[in-house]
Design a protein around this ligand. Structure first.
Ligand code: ATP
Length: 211
């Protein structure tokens, strides 16, 4: 049997804020074509773990290996609220650095369509619903040339239909061959995932604590 190598693997991750340990020897693998839910109680270290996997934070010990660039879906655009940043603007940011503008244009349109925001391109983010805003940020991740997609799902403010739509979009991204990992707070999202990484007090718990 041929086993596909993971798109990203992490081993022995430890992290501390101000000398206070919050992650202890955490390992995981994100295989291509799968959605992994990162689950656990408040404060168990889910966001910190995602940020380490994305390269935003450096672990005190351990390592992350990825065979591809990694896209981190932010919850808000990194721009002042006072600027009228549009759906097109935030998605286009995900193509910065690409040399071929025509490819970038097509990719932007495709990513916007993938999150059901075709027709909303010129809308400022401030004029969208919470669910639409989250999907615009998701499109910024989708448009990136990255085979790993990481998300820190907002805890509360989305209704069940919006969360369900996000789950479908993530499943579509996995079906297209990406490795997706999403911090998930609700049982429906956790149940729908292909794999679950569960944290408690900064440690992996459950059947397998490595993969
Ligand atoms: N910037 C920070 N400075 C100091 N401590 C922090 C910081 N961010 C998080 N922590 C602490 O690290 C621990 C893990 O936090 P983290 O946000 O990773 O957990 P989480 O599982 O994502 O929580 P939640 O579900 O509430 O979002 C918590 O004890 C938290 O208080």
């Amino acid at each position: 049997m041929v086993t596909t190598p993971p798109s990203l693997s992490a081993r022995g991750l430890c992290f501390a804020y101000d000398g206070h340990d919050v992650l202890h020897d955490v390992g995981l693998e994100l295989p291509p074509g799968t959605v992994t839910a990162i689950a656990g109680p408040n404060g168990s270290g889910k966001s910190t773990l995602i940020e380490i996997l994305a390269g935003v934070r450096t672990p005190r010990a351990g390592r992350v290996d990825a065979d591809t660039p990694v896209a981190l879906v932010l919850q808000r655009p990194a721009a002042p609220e006072s600027l009228p940043v549009t759906v097109h603007d935030v998605v286009a940011m995900g193509t910065w650095g690409r040399s071929r503008r025509r490819d970038a244009r097509a990719a932007i349109a495709e990513a916007i369509a993938a999150v059901d925001l075709a027709g909303f391109e010129r809308r400022p983010l401030a004029g969208l619903s919470g669910g639409q805003r989250q999907r615009a940020m998701l499109a910024q991740g989708i448009v990136q040339d990255a085979r790993v997609l990481l998300l820190d799902e907002p805890a509360a403010n989305l209704d069940a239909a919006s969360r369900e739509r996000t789950r479908q979009i993530l499943a579509d991204q996995a079906a297209a061959g990406r490795a997706v990992a999403c911090v998930s707070h609700d049982e429906a999202s956790i149940a729908a995932a292909d794999r679950v990484v569960r944290l408690e007090a900064g440690r992996r718990v459950g059947a397998s604590t490595t993969f």
